[in-house]
Design a protein around this ligand. Sequence first.
Ligand SMILES: C[S@@+](CC[C@H](N)C(=O)[O-])C[C@H]1O[C@@H](n2cnc3c(N)ncnc32)[C@H](O)[C@@H]1O
Length: 277
Amino acid sequence: MGIGVSGLTPVEQTALLTVYARALDSRWPHPILGDRLADEVVGKINYDFEALGVQTSVVCQAALRAKMLDDRVRAFVKRHPDAVVVDLGAGLDDRMHRIGPPPTVDWYNIDLPGVTALRDNLLPPSPQAQSVSVSLADEHWPDVIPAARPTMLVADGLLAFLTEPVIVALFRRITERFQSGELAFNDYGGIGWISRIAIRLSPQKMFKAVAGEWGYLGFKDAHHPETWNPRLKLVEETSLAHAPEVDLFPGWLRISTRLLGKTKTGARKARILRYAF
Ligand SMILES: C[S@@+](CC[C@H](N)C(=O)[O-])C[C@H]1O[C@@H](n2cnc3c(N)ncnc32)[C@H](O)[C@@H]1O
């Protein structure tokens, strides 16, 4: 009998989907991310994960974007061994365990109360990590985090579940609070109406769960967040479709992803964006 999750709100439940996608990837003979701890976490939860109907394309995308964001965080802590890392909407992700930063790095995992309680129950504790139970819509969310050290903020699968005013306030709050650092997140390059209808009509439970919580449809131009906060400067826009790990995708998905990556519109459908401040 695993740990129950019936108390999670619908938006909190989205954390189950992404951890399960990473768990499925870890079971493959040639995983993209290979996060075995994700599978251990899933194994401890009493929930019908199979009923989510998580598709192979979602597994590939969730594993690859986690890996690409890990690489950005790894590079930052290598340059700044005294860094603070802040995982915004951390869910049940064990990014710190995957990266293994030096002990001089402090790590903060922010999420809503139901998820932070669950993650503290499920993930191994570490003296350098702490969970912060707060809504990112609350302007006080960064109050407990040191402000003067180089800060890497990462958001994996979060922004679509916030509203535009909340995202704008969040991005402004980052540079008001932290002296210097980077913000990296995944993005879908603006969700068009065809994708929205397709998501709504999909029979899979996972798409219904996500569509019900969708708060923000995104933007095409990666410079757009600079208009919300001119202190954020775009330093990287990388498409998942151009990553070497696409070679690990199953045949049909590898071909369609590579083809998608050949056009500008297709390439931005799944991308990693990084801003310095
Ligand atoms: C799709 S999950 C991604 C979780 C994790 N980053 C991952 O990759 O597994 C989205 C997460 O955002 C969190 N979230 C949504 N709205 C939030 C808010 N206003 N404040 C803090 N966390 C929020 C949810 O609780 C959930 O854990």
